[in-house]
Ligand binder design. Structure first.
Ligand SMILES: Nc1ncnc2c1ncn2[C@@H]1O[C@H](COP(=O)(O)OP(=O)(O)O)[C@@H](O)[C@H]1O
Ligand SMILES: [Mg+2]
Length: 292
């Protein structure tokens, strides 16, 4: 896969996600070099959107790649394929029609499409044993069909993952090494200001500042001692900004709409089973509101 300087510039300029130019450049270089990449970082900071944007551009449009979102119950069957349950049907017609079912990797390769595996670590590593072989050896025997598939030249595989989130599996080291990890973390407050000024141009500037401060303080709490499991994401910042803009247009005051929105998002980012964690976020919101 060869990309020109114009491609790089176009991809950066048209990306909806702001403030991740470094990460995007790194991803593009590894794609050019033919390595699968894994975008990792806390939820709501643009991983999926960046991956889809890049894949759409390099393949021409959204139909040029397949996408699967991994789940806890996912297995080799969804990833590579296997005998269709109806192959065992007592009905001969049905059994003939549904011999086997290709998984997402097989379908992508056979139809000449690139692949996005979103939320990779939601599935256990065992779901990826076939993919692992394919990435290690460039070929994979499909036992259920008695054929061998080959990793195509220039095939692009991107995955996204959250390494620390509840409900994720730890990647096996061997599998982890097949991907180049690229961090997509929290963006700067300055970038977030630009993002929300575009989305909510009528937002009260005082509320805007309070939201940005709330976001950066929750991230500091997370970084310092993990007293909350994650900081507020840019997605959360946008939701707060939109809620506050709407509620204030209905006549509610700045302080109360801010606290209201902060409590909603606070419940998402705090560990809701830990009263201390929820309390911390609430205290933070009230303190910021006091200084407004
Ligand atoms: N840096 C950013 N700039 C602009 N929008 C952002 C940014 N980060 C997140 N968003 C918004 O949050 C939404 C969710 O992002 P998403 O790609 O689903 O994140 P992730 O996959 O990391 O959970 C995006 O569609 C976008 O609207
Ligand atoms: Mg995502």
């Amino acid at each position: 896969m060869k990309l020109t300087t114009e491609d790089y510039i176009h991809i950066l300029e048209t990306c909806e996600i702001k403030g991740h130019d470094e990460a995007i450049l790194r991803i593009l270089r590894y794609i050019e070099l033919g390595y699968p990449v894994m975008l990792y970082g806390p939820p709501g900071n643009g991983k999926t959107t960046i991956a889809e944007h890049i894949l759409s551009y390099i393949g021409g449009d959204e139909s040029s790649f397949l996408k699967i979102e991994a789940t806890e119950g996912m297995s080799e069957y969804q990833v590579i394929g296997g005998f269709h349950p109806l192959a065992m049907s007592g009905n001969a017609e049905l059994a003939k029609e549904f011999m086997y079912k290709d998984g997402i990797v097989t379908r992508a390769i056979e139809s000449g499409k690139n692949l996005l595996i979103d939320e990779f670590t939601r599935a256990p590593s065992s779901a990826y044993s076939g993919l692992f072989l394919l990435l290690s050896r460039d070929t994979l025997p499909l036992e259920y069909k008695e054929i061998v598939i080959k990793k195509p030249e220039g095939w692009v595989l991107i995955s996204t993952a959250n390494f620390g989130d509840e409900g994720t599996f730890k990647l096996s080291n061997a599998l982890k090494r097949r991907f180049v990890p690229i961090n997509v973390g929290y963006v700067s407050s300055a970038t977030e200001k630009t993002v929300i000024s575009n989305i909510t141009p009528d937002l009260d500037p005082e509320v805007e500042n309070a939201i940005i401060l709330f976001a950066s303080e929750t991230r500091s709490l997370w970084r310092k001692d993990r007293s909350i499991p994650q900081g507020l994401s840019t997605d959360g910042v946008i939701k707060m900004a939109r809620y506050c803009e709407l509620a204030m247009s209905q006549g509610f005051d700045a302080k109360s709409v801010f606290v209201d929105a902060a409590f909603h998002q606070g419940t998402i980012i705090a560990d809701e089973t830990d009263p201390h964690s929820v309390h911390l976020v609430h205290e933070l919101a009230l303190k910021i509101a006091e200084d407004m």
